[in-house]
Design a protein around this ligand. Structure first.
Ligand code: NDP
Length: 445
């Protein structure tokens, strides 16, 4: 590590010592930047690294709401506006009981570089609450979203900070959040939230964008060795928004998805997962993945186990952070896995990433491979700004081009610094340079 990078990491550790996920994300980016810091001494002169590791603004707020039994519930809400050099802060909201400030900061930090890689004008941010929508009625979710937005509305706006969905936040929640924002501000400000329903201002193909984009990225990685998806066995973790549409696109492109999961366990279906059924169970009925077996008696369900024990040629982690550890990475490789492409944010631990890279596995890090979601969110903002709506094909084609471009940018940056196909390094350097240039241009602010 360059001494300047070491110094900044040391300061960041001292300032954020209670936030291991955030420090993990920072370390991964900083470790890639030595050649860039050597090439650009102005980064140290202007102390760009220390500035980029410190959020511009963080808010933490209380959310008080009433459940169906009339009990008063209290949750904690967060929004981190991490870096606005490239545009309004942009990043999703996560509703999950494990959410804390460090988790939101890690996600917001990743978002800076991911958003930069899209080539669009969006800064990095993230938010959420330690609320679990699981097992809550529709009216409870609505009351929670209203209470959450009553506070959040002070900090967001279509030119200021534009939240979207993430774990636990889909079109239903975005609808309730928008309704409350509109009620409080008395403004029909469509571009204040993305991931809206297509009936009232959402973009076609937004729901599909992260999963599809991840598969487009994998397709580009495969092309570098003249390969395609034909018949390859895939495992996808999760069965939420990202996982579902990664599965659909994999199927469309000729791969065979044999397993997927939720937080209780996984299903294995040797014939190939029935995508429409999983979509019905998870997206429409909001049920558990094990109910798949009620329709497909020849499938298997394993409770409490990792889906990564299922042999596959390609793995698509699309659930949550640090789900692939060093040991899991070894199991995947021993079972013949040759490609890992991340739909989730930071789903592989640093040790796991190292194992993949040492073994020559094609490894696409989330900050590049899952950027399709935020890219189409930015396209949603463009459509909202013009009060227009593009066709599904138009959005999908733009998404495809953006993913091809992100892939080639990561690849060329890895090659420039002598680490061909090190997509981690390529994504970190390319994402960083665009933000750093904007920060330098904006002066000392
Ligand atoms: P969803 O809430 O739609 O789905 C999450 C899925 O992962 C569910 O199947 C859930 O299971 C499972 N899951 C969640 N937490 C855990 C856990 N701790 N252990 C095991 N399984 C878990 O979220 P998304 O699909 O939107 O997000 C998935 C990942 O993709 C996240 O890392 C997110 O940050 C990332 N991402 C999402 C984008 C988007 O556009 N939505 C954009 C870019 C990245 P269960 O049903 O049991 O809760």
């Amino acid at each position: 590590m360059h001494p300047y990078i070491e110094k900044v990491f040391d300061i960041t550790c001292k300032r954020n010592h209670t936030e291991p996920l955030f420090l993990q994300a920072v370390q991964e980016v900083l470790e890639s930047l030595t050649p860039v810091v050597e090439e650009h001494p102005e980064l140290e002169e202007l102390n760009v690294l220390e500035r980029i590791c410190e959020p511009e603004r963080q808010v933490i707020f209380r959310i008080v709401w009433q459940d169906d039994q009339g009990h008063i519930q209290v949750n904690r809400g967060f929004r981190t506006a991490f870096n606005g050099a490239l545009g309004p802060y942009k990043g999703g909201l996560r509703f999950h009981p494990t959410v804390n400030n460090g988790m939101i900061k890690f996600l917001a930090f990743e978002q800076i570089f991911k958003n930069s890689l899209t080539g669009l004008q969006i800064g990095g941010g993230k938010g959420g609450a330690d609320f679990s929508p699981r097992g809550r009625s529709d009216s409870e979710v609505m009351r929670f979203c209203q209470a959450f937005m009553t506070e959040l509305c002070r900090y967001i706006g279509d030119r200021r900070d534009v939240p979207a969905g993430d774990i636990g936040v889909g079109a239903r929640e975005i609808g309730y959040l928008f309704g409350q924002y509109k009620r409080i501000t008395n403004r029909y400000e469509l571009g204040v939230l993305t991931g809206k329903s297509t009936e009232w201002g959402g973009s076609l193909a937004r729901k599909e964008a992260t999963g599809y984009g991840c598969v487009y990225f994998a397709q580009e990685m495969l092309k570098t060795s003249g390969e395609a998806f034909d018949g390859k066995t895939c495992v996808v973790s999760g069965s939420g928004n990202v996982a579902l549409y990664a599965m659909q696109k994999l199927e469309q492109l000729g791969a065979k998805v044999v397993a997927c999961s939720d937080s209780d366990g996984y299903i294995y279906h040797e014939k190939g997962i029935d995508f429409e059924l999983v979509r019905q169970i998870k997206e429409v009925d909001r049920q558990r993945i094990r109910t798949y077996l009620e329709t497909h008696k020849d499938a298997k369900y394993k409770a409490g186990c990792s889906v990564w024990e299922v042999p596959c040629q390609m793995a698509f982690p699309c659930a949550t952070q640090n789900e692939i550890t060093e040991d899991t990475a070894r199991v995947l490789i021993d079972n013949g896995c040759r490609l890992v492409c991340e739909g989730a944010n930071m789903p592989t631990t640093p040790e796991g990433v190292h194992i993949f890279q040492e073994a020559g596995v094609l490894y696409g890090p989330g900050k590049a491979a899952n950027a399709g979601g935020v890219a189409v969110s930015a396209l949603e903002m463009q459509q909202n700004a013009n009060w227009s709506a593009w066709t599904f094909d138009e959005v999908d084609q733009r998404l495809h081009k953006i993913m091809e471009k992100i892939h080639s940018t990561c690849l060329s940056h890895s090659q420039k610094y002598g680490r061909d196909q090190d997509y981690v390094m390529g994504a970190n350097i390319a994402g960083f340079l665009r933000v750093a240039q904007a920060m330098v241009a904006h002066g000392v602010v």
